[in-house]
Structures are given as structure tokens and as C-alpha cells.
Write a protein that binds this ligand. Sequence first.
Ligand code: UFG
Length: 324
Amino acid sequence: MHLLVCGGAGYVGSHVAKVLDARGHRVTVLDNLSTGHAQAVRWGPLIRADLLDPASLDAAFQDQRFDAVLHFCARSLVGESMAAPYDYYENNVVGTLNLLQAMRRHGVDRIVFSSTAAVFGNPVAALIDEDHPKAPINPYGASKLMVERILADAAHAYGLRSVCLRYFNAAGASANDGIGESHEPETHLIPNLLRALINPAAPLKVFGEDYPTPDGTCVRDYVHVLDLADAHARALDYMEAAPGAHAFNLGNGTGFSVMQVIRAAERVTGLPVPFERAPRRAGDPPVLVAASQRAREVLEWSPTHTSIEAILRTAWDWHRAPAF
Ligand code: UFG
């Protein structure tokens, strides 16, 4: 297939482009490079276009024929979304509507959408499956849930085929291919922890020590970005025979606390992680762990980099010598 990877210069999108290329697909990346990196576009040409500029989308779709779109363009910081909700709804909802309308004008009827555990809000179950109530607690999660609803409506109205993949905590890298996680500012635990190893003068801040978890720090389900990428390739295959709108939760099903991640990083790197205790970060649920049975059964998804050590090792390889 010829695939348009919107946001393919970003962290998850670039890893998906690599995996799609390896499966024999032809990849074209569309990105405005607002947070992505041109150096991460390694598996096909880059079209510089903006989802908020419909004319630039028409130009992209006019020039060539795409069999499906994979959509990773989004603002994705919870805290920032609380402070700037208009930006989040504009980028994530209006931008996506523009993309969907351009797809419709140009006869492209398949999309894989990058969604998030943030659509669930504060969990009411130990393991979060697809039927868990969706009650986002911040504009970021709300914007992603709105798009999920738009995709369901578009399936009925226009016959659009879609798969929403709700990532839990994406982590790790394909450092040998020169791609990895590179955000500025960086807010995520694993990159911040590895940066603190490289620059001990700026220790990691551990947000909160009084959560209702075994050691008082938040528990998350870390899933390797290449395993997430594999799920996208499977979602494309699945859509061939599955009309309608579908959603899958993607995680390993095992939670690690912030302190457990720190200790695992110390085992992997052989270095002590410099850290200091800090107050809770607003909007952090105590525990987020996925039930991914549906993806395993329906997509036959079977993550392979499941140990926290394997995830940390590949992230460490990247952070020691980032290509960008
Ligand atoms: N944390 C720290 N110090 C840091 C960074 C993070 O202690 O410097 C803690 C956080 O408080 C949290 C855990 O590490 O308890 C994980 O935080 P991340 O920022 O790495 O990831 P989140 O769980 O906050 O974010 C993920 C996805 C988001 C999604 C969110 C839903 O990355 O896209 O889950 O809550 F919106």
C-alpha cells in the first residue's frame, strides 16, 4: 500500500514509518515540523503541510494516490492542554476534521488514528479494557475522544474505515536506525530519567510519594514504541476485511511505579539515578494499566519488547547518542 503518515517526523510516527517500510509498504510523510524532526523522516519523502491549512492538504492528496492514512499529528502534553485548551481543540480536533475532509474529497477511506489512555480519565478498574468508561479529565484526552467519536460517526455517514489505537506509555527507541524520543521540553519519565543520568546536575524530579500504590509513586504500563508500530501495521491489514470504526487499547498489562522504573534503569545502566522528591503533578492518575486482550485476539498483536529493562536499554542507547 501507499501510506500517508501524518506526523511521521515525530516519535511514534517515525517508528511506524520504519515498520511499514520493512513490511513492504510505500511511505510518504506529511508533517509541519512544529515538534517533529526532518532527520527522523528516513523511510519516504516528506511533504511539509499543516492540518490547519486545508489547501496544503489538498495539494498533498492531489499529487498522488494514497490507500490509507496513519494520523499522529497532535499536541500531546496533558499539562499544556490544561493551560491552552483552545490550542488543543484546534490542533487535535479541527486539524483532524480538515484531514478527514481532505481524505473524503480525494477518495481515501481508511485511517489509523493515534489515540491515548487519556480518553479514560481516572480509572475505575485495575485493568483498563476498551469498554471502560471514557471520562477524560483534561483537554488533551477530551480532544482525542472527540476524534474517536467523529470517526464512529463518519463510519456510519460516509463508510470511513478506522482503527483507533490507544497507547498507554510509549517508550523505548530504535536507536540503531537513528530514531528515538526527542521532545523539547521533555515531560516524560523515561527520557527525563536518562537525561538525569547524563547530566546529574539536573536530577530527576519524582512527582508525588503519597499515591495509593505500593511505594507511593504512580504506576504506568510502559509499551515499546516498536510494538506500538507493529500494531499499526496489523490495524491496516485488519481494516481490509473490517468496515466500521474500531478501537484497541495497547499496553503490556503490567504496571511499574516511578521508583521501580528508576531501579530498573539503575540495573540497565549500572549508574545511580540522581532524583529528588517533588509534589504531585496535577492531573496524574495513580495507576494506568491496559487490558490489551482485544488487540491480542483480533489483531493477533503480541508485543515482543515487554520487559522494562529491554525498553530502558533501547531508550538508553538512543539518549547516549541522539541523532537529533
Ligand atoms: N514523572 C515523574 N517525573 C518526571 C516525569 C514523569 O515523576 O520528570 C512521573 C509522572 O508523574 C507519572 C509517570 O512518571 O506518574 C509517567 O509520566 P509520563 O509523563 O512519562 O507519562 P504520563 O503517564 O503522564 O502520560 C501518558 C501519555 C500521555 C497521556 C497520559 C494519560 O504519555 O499521552 O499518559 O494520563 F495523556
